[in-house]
Design a protein around this ligand. Structure first.
Ligand SMILES: C[S@@+](CC[C@H](N)C(=O)[O-])C[C@H]1O[C@@H](n2cnc3c(N)ncnc32)[C@H](O)[C@@H]1O
Length: 427
């Protein structure tokens, strides 16, 4: 890396990933926008420009003017670990940034909307699902997350935004892996905080060397550290079957199951979804598309008839089991891939309202078109991706649906991500 020059730059705005953006004049006298990690709007910064492989890299040398929205990042790994990008922002600045992200996405897809509500933040240090990576190199276990935009794995001994029980596991798991692996071990480790402890899923990467703990060593580690199940490749060691409570109903979970990022944010979203239901005609007939383990289906089933649709067969089994144990007969769940086999316009005729909570890629296009053509008056859309949410709103707009209320829920404190709960009504 060669230092080419030092620049004084002014940060104009934040990028959608929370980086400061400054303008640079190119040799052809055009301006180009450069993103700088850990820089905030209004700041003036002295930046060193390095060139490497015909690319320029920018490193902050010193702050000449500091934003009032800056705070000391509360995590010692901030800036190295790629898990968080916004811990240098005050809470107010982080909330404003995330609200603006939603507004910018809607504008960029030309969606008409009245307003976006202020961000509601829940579970700031209670993130309950993580996927870590681990490798053994030079006889040392490196366990953590990658640096942002890099393959470098950053070794963590705690995590500021994780639920305390997950953060507390990091040192014991490193000791366990140090004692029970060989040089060349490389794996991904999913950790879920469930009602009765922690659920771990360890999968070695390709041809990497594996875990060599025997049953006794594994069970001892689990008992000492509140791990209720540890799955390694295909084999599970189980002290108690892991479960979560959704609106008081026990739902046993499959390994690496999808759960909303924190328990408090899940509760808040369930209330908002319920408040968005149509007020007339009760009980309602509701379709819950991409229903997962029943985060919305279960509480809605208390007063309404809900049909859930979900492609993950393990999630469908877990949810069916929970409904049957809870003697919930008003609702049911169907294993169905909504991309391959969307619910048709005529199938949707029976519903008063649709709840949708798709993965980051948004609603499958053909499914969206069927919803657009349907007679359903109200769609409650829960999304973890403002861009695909906005794109889907743009498509639904052609069928007369407009977002009446859009509430950003910050369940990803410290990162640039934001969840949205919105209600779209046919005008
Ligand atoms: C964001 S999660 C939401 C789950 C649930 N609503 C919740 O809050 O826990 C998205 C869900 O969509 C499911 N899914 C992904 N692609 C799907 C498809 N093509 N058809 C049906 N379900 C799908 C995933 O398995 C996952 O459970």
């Amino acid at each position: 890396m060669v230092l080419s020059r030092t620049l004084k730059v002014s940060i104009k705005k934040l990028s959608s990933k929370g980086f400061g953006v400054f303008e640079k004049i190119t040799p052809h006298k055009n301006t180009t926008e450069i993103e700088l990690f850990n820089a905030l709007p209004g700041e003036k910064i002295s930046v060193e420009e390095f060139s490497k492989n015909k690319k320029n890299l920018y490193v902050i040398k010193e702050w000449l003017k500091v934003s009032q929205g800056r705070q000391d990042p509360p995590c010692p790994y901030f800036g190295r670990c790629g898990g968080c990008q916004t811990l240098h922002m005050s809470d107010d600045m982080e909330a404003a940034f995330k609200r603006q992200k939603v507004i910018d996405a809607l504008h960029s897809f030309g969606v008409r909307f009245l307003t976006v509500s202020p961000v509601q933040t829940y579970g700031q240090r209670e993130r309950r699902r993580f996927r870590f990576e681990v490798l053994r190199h030079n006889n040392r276990i490196i366990f953590g997350l990658r640096r942002f935009h890099s393959n470098q794995l950053i070794d963590l001994e705690s995590c500021y935004v994780a639920d305390q029980s997950i953060s507390d596991l990091l040192i014991p798991i490193k000791i366990f892996l140090t004692e029970n692996t060989q040089e060349g071990f490389k794996a991904s480790v999913s950790v879920l905080k469930v009602e009765n402890g922690l659920d771990l899923d360890v999968q070695t990467i390709k041809d990497a060397k594996g875990l060599c703990a025997n049953e006794k060593q594994t069970l001892d580690f689990m008992k000492r550290n509140g791990v209720t199940r540890l799955t390694y490749q295909e084999k599970s060691f189980v002290l108690q079957d892991p479960f979560i409570l959704i609106d008081g109903l026990k739902v046993y979970i499959h390994q690496d199951a999808f759960m909303q990022a924190s328990y408090p944010s899940e509760k808040a979203m369930q209330s908002i979804v319920a408040s968005f239901l149509p007020t007339e005609k009760r009980p309602l007939m509701i379709a819950d598309l991409y229903c997962g383990l029943g985060t919305f289906l279960i509480p809605l089933s208390r007063c309404h008839r809900v049909h859930g649709y979900e492609s993950n067969i393990d999630a469908v089994r877990s949810l069916r089991g929970a409904l049957s144990r809870g003697e919930v007969t008003s609702s049911k769940v169907e294993a169905r891939d909504l991309k391959e086999s969307p619910l048709s316009q005529s199938e949707l005729l029976q519903y008063n309202c649709i709840v949708i909570n798709p993965p980051r890629v948004g609603v499958a296009y053909d499914q969206l078109i069927q919803i657009g053509k349907s007679d359903v008056e109200r769609i409650i859309y829960v999304s973890c991706n403002p861009d695909t949410f906005a794109r889907d709103c743009m498509i639904l707009d052609k069928f007369g649906y407009s977002p009446m209320e859009i509430i950003p829920i910050d369940q990803f404190y410290g990162s640039y991500h934001i969840e949205i709960v919105a209600v779209l009504v046919r005008s």
